[in-house]
Design a protein. Structure first.
Length: 343
């Protein structure tokens, strides 16, 4: 296993590689115009194959169930996508994640490209990992894991080559580090553009899905609330009981006794935001949705448009919320809706 820590070392890079790298970075700037949001990360990762070739790729968001240095720690992937891998790949990997040294190394060295290859397998002391790599023919691996600021989650991209291909070298690692830095930046810009008018609050209380319930993004607070409510839930889609309701979703879904999830339809996508319903529990779902959007900076006309109601109805909901919560302005309204511990 190798961590690309020494960028000062001289690496030769021909003009053709630099041209391909520059061209793909320019392509990243165009991806925010992608008409199919589910394809954004897939197309971005696929573009990197024009710079550094690979046979398969896996990407997504992950978190640690405990400290990465702990022998019993197990990385868990929540939102993921892949190229050239079986549909069972993520599920199989979760069974061996606790002993996957390659994954733990990538998490320990954020922003650095970690390389692993066929020669690492006999030293893993884990027949399960070796069998997994051979079963999926991913004998050469390279990954970069990054922090996603304010989300409480990590973002990773892993690429793979088969046993018949050569391993990744230091130049490949450097190119991947630089490309992933740009990819993560533009991905966040894309997500921000989608949610701009709807959800100006923190990233950790926010999730984005398509109408099938397949996750495009999930923040830590939403993940924790759903895990507590739906025992055993994990993966790249919302719990079935929620996903089945998305097409006709009410403006608020209950996550647990302390917090609720507000549902917003954003064109072909659905945004979910977590909010407390301590004092707000007296509000109807529509009143809670209107009050939350208004407190976060939307005008009553924008609230009406987001909820699919008339401006007059939006004002009625807001007046009712003000009375029931005993507030007289937006600052007090925001405070009344705020989760415990938020500043």
């Amino acid at each position: 296993m190798d961590i690309n820590n020494n960028k000062a070392q001289t690496l030769s890079c021909d003009a053709d590689v630099l041209k391909r790298f520059s061209r793909e970075l320019m392509e990243l700037t165009q991806l925010p115009r992608c008409s199919v949001p589910e394809r954004w990360l897939c197309e971005a990762v696929q573009g990197f194959a024009n710079i550094v070739g690979f046979d398969a790729a896996w990407w997504g968001q992950l978190y640690l169930s405990s400290d990465v240095s702990s022998p019993g720690s197990s990385p868990r992937v929540m939102m993921d996508g892949s190229l050239g891998l079986r549909s069972s790949f993520a599920q199989e990997w979760h069974r061996i994640s606790g002993v996957d040294r390659f994954a733990k190394a990538s998490i320990s060295y954020l922003g650095k490209a970690v390389r692993g290859g066929h020669d690492d397998l006999p030293d893993t002391d884990c027949a399960e990992v070796e069998a997994f790599c051979r079963r999926h023919d991913i004998l050469h691996s390279m990954a970069v894991t990054l922090e996603f600021p304010c989300s409480g989650m990590l973002f990773f991209v892993s690429i793979y080559r088969s046993a018949t291909s050569r391993g990744f070298d230091r130049l490949d690692a450097l190119l991947m580090e630089e490309f992933l830095t740009h990819l993560a930046y533009y991905w966040k810009q894309y997500l921000a553009k989608i949610r701009f008018e709807t959800l100006p609050n923190g990233w950790d209380n926010y999730a984005l899905t398509n109408r099938k319930g397949e996750l495009l993004y999930i923040g830590k607070a939403v993940r924790v609330a759903l895990e507590r409510k739906y025992d055993g839930w994990q993966g790249s889609s919302l719990p079935r009981l929620i996903a089945d309701k998305l097409s006709t979703a009410p403006p608020a879904l209950i996550a647990d006794e302390n917090k609720g999830i507000i549902v917003h339809h954003c064109g072909d996508l659905i945004a979910l935001t977590l909010c407390a319903h301590q004092r707000s529990s007296a509000l109807s779902p529509r009143e809670l949705s209107a009050a939350s959007l208004y407190a976060q900076g939307s005008s009553y006309k924008q609230v009406a448009r987001m909820l699919g109601i008339t401006p007059a109805t939006a004002r009625t909901y807001l007046r009712s919320a003000y009375v029931q919560l005993g507030v007289s302005n937006k600052v007090e309204l925001l405070s009344a809706l705020r989760q415990p511990g938020e500043s």
